[in-house]
Ligand binder design. Structure first.
Ligand code: SF4
Length: 326
């Protein structure tokens, strides 16, 4: 039965429901937390952390050297990586492969933005929270990797991806996450053109997209409807598929284990079925985290760095370039 209270959602939360209602239930209804994550998620979060540090430093006008940034990435990997808490799903791959892909993402991020004065950062890892409709019943929250003002006085919403797959332009034009962030900032920038920008760091590709006011309005209405569907759900049926291998709950989910050809769980854990508090304030485990990149295909293989767009000049150490991260 629908509750006449407010709902706080995020893109991650909605995606979880779309991908598998059972996983949604484990995470957001039963609030089961797990301390193991996929290595793709681990690497993605690490690259985001390094990018955030670089963005914060360069916003002050200083530029760390590329070697010092890469060194910082390696140090952070060594400090954070605990084999018992990071799961490698793809057969035949080793943690070092992901470590090297993360280093490549970090280097591509640096080279793409060097010398870090191409635009202005208006926000870095900026949290947003906004009403989807005037009553305030439906709230959306999220984190914008980087909010940018361009030299042409336009606004850009940047997002960093570390997955191997680069979606088609058609898929980018339908993407929900950054369009929701545009809804979040549109009152701040009512007159400036807003562009959505995805940086696919592993392959050094960039996708951009724009939304018309009509498209944003349709997205707003669709999102409210989707939240209503999620809130009215009672079955939370498992939706098995390639993502089961990466699912943090596949140790307890009988359908998922069967799909993966694994033994049933010793006793499928069915914790008390509770409903989430309205406007819960506790941080859900992966809600505001960088995307987990749970992309089932294609297989991760180490390939030479692809520079598929115009090559940028080699960073040369200017006088103001510092070993800030040493
Ligand atoms: S293992 Fe698969 S079916 Fe089960 S909760 Fe996870 S994604 Fe859903």
């Amino acid at each position: 039965m629908m509750r006449d209270v407010g709902f706080l959602y995020s893109h991650s939360r909605l995606s979880s429901f779309d991908n598998c209602p059972r996983a949604f239930r484990y995470r957001y209804v039963d609030k089961i937390t797990v301390d193991v994550q996929s290595i793709e998620a681990f690497m993605g979060k690490l690259v985001h952390s390094v990018a955030e540090k670089v963005n914060l430093v360069t916003a002050t006008g200083k530029v760390p050297s590329l070697p010092s940034v890469l060194r910082r990435y390696e140090i952070m990997w060594d400090e954070a990586y605990h084999p018992s808490q990071v799961r490698v799903v793809r057969e035949g791959t080793e943690p070092d492969l992901y470590r090297s892909i993360g280093a490549r993402c970090t280097e591509n991020f640096y080279r793409r933005h060097y010398p870090f004065d191409l635009d202005e950062s208006l926000g870095i890892e900026e949290k947003v929270l906004f009403n989807l409709e005037p009553t305030g019943k439906y709230k959306l929250r999220g984190v914008i990797d980087r909010l940018v003002r361009t030299r042409a006085d336009g606004i850009e919403i940047h997002d960093y991806k570390t997955g191997q797959r680069v979606p088609s332009q058609k898929i980018a034009d339908r993407d929900r996450q950054l369009a929701l962030y545009q809804l979040a900032v549109r009152e701040r920038f009512p007159d400036e053109p807003v562009t959505l920008v995805w940086h696919y760091l592993a392959s050094d590709r960039v996708r951009t997209s724009e939304r018309s006011p009509e498209q944003l309005e349709a997205l707003r209405a669709e999102t409210v409807e989707r939240i209503d569907v999620a809130e009215a759900e009672t079955e939370y049926s498992p939706k098995t598929g390639p993502l089961c291998g990466w699912c943090e709950y596949n140790d307890r989910c009988e359908a998922g284990r069967s799909h993966l050809g694994l033994e049933p769980p010793a006793a499928e854990s069915e914790p008390p079925h509770t409903v989430p508090d309205a406007f819960e304030t506790a941080s859900p485990p992966a809600d505001e985290a960088p995307p987990a990149d749970l992309e089932p295909a294609p297989p991760v293989v180490e390939t030479p760095t692809q520079v598929l767009e115009p090559t940028r000049p080699e960073p040369t150490p200017p006088a103001r370039q510092l070993d800030l991260f040493s």
